[in-house]
Design a protein around this ligand. Sequence first.
Ligand SMILES: O=C(CO)COP(=O)(O)O
Ligand SMILES: O=C[C@H](O)COP(=O)(O)O
Ligand SMILES: [Zn+2]
Ligand SMILES: [Zn+2]
Length: 331
Amino acid sequence: MINYKDLGLVNTKEMFAKAIKGGYAIPAYNFNNMEQLQAIIQAAAETKSPVILQVSKGARAYANQTLLRYMAEGAVEYAKELGLEKPQIVLHLDHGDSFETCKSCIDMGFSSVMIDGSSLPYDENVALTKKVVDYAHQFDVTVEGELGVLAGVEDDVVAEEHTYTKPEEVVDFVTKTGCDSLAISIGTSHGANKFTPEQCTRDEHGRLVPPALRFDVLEGVEKELPGFPIVLHGSSSVPEKEVETINKYGGALKDAIGIPEEQLRKAAASAVCKINIDSDSRLAMTAAVREVFATKPAEFDPRKYLGPARENMKKLYVHKIENVLGSANKL
Ligand SMILES: O=C(CO)COP(=O)(O)O
Ligand SMILES: O=C[C@H](O)COP(=O)(O)O
Ligand SMILES: [Zn+2]
Ligand SMILES: [Zn+2]
């Protein structure tokens, strides 16, 4: 049993309280390898931003949960080396799918977990979330629950359409479970194809314009739970520039479209205090690697393509912090 406090990590409590008051959101970036982690920490250090490192089921299968935990511990020291006196770094389990997975992460030093019972019947979601909260709170670990289902593939469940969060359920859910934050469904979804072209309109340049997020649902939730931390999953904006680079150098991303940054800015100013971004980092990495492969075909030192990939991801992370989420200089 290792407690996250001994690793220099923090939970989300204070961070979220400050973010709601200050009208900004904390970036929750997924990581699966060293280059992503370095880029996240470099961006957080350069902008003096708090940051949430997220480990998904896919990441645990790909890179090993223990190894990722040690990397996060190392990241605290790395952030100090980069000049942060008191880094605010959360190690968070993304989309925890069972009590056992959450417990195993808590026991090895994660400071926050998500238990995602959103695809279960309501009462089962309540019971499972409460079980995780009861365990996690003994160790001061914070817990994110979820109500509502995002369209697309989520938690291995394929949903054709969004099931938006019902504002009339949130007080009951939060009271019964004791969770510390709540992920809601207002029209975002995972991956790089968040809307079909048929769901979009076109602007004067012929570019696809996705339908707006359901801010009325978010406002309904805020009214029911004033000051309670809200989380948005599926919040990549799928930058056109990265998609173009990928396709220019042999990629085949079709109809890729994300959430416009203007809408994320609006969300960040509300009770939304955690914004999850994974796909944008994947795109930034892939674009840089493809460009090196295409323009320098004789290169075979991984550092020569993973280095530019890391730099491109860092640029993206800094941009989100400074220009979209507003979490710069909040340490
Ligand atoms: O929600 C996410 C991780 O939990 C990531 O969402 P994106 O696929 O939009 O980056
Ligand atoms: O929730 C989705 C995240 O982008 C993580 O996805 P993953 O399980 O493929 O790593
Ligand atoms: Zn979910
Ligand atoms: Zn998610």
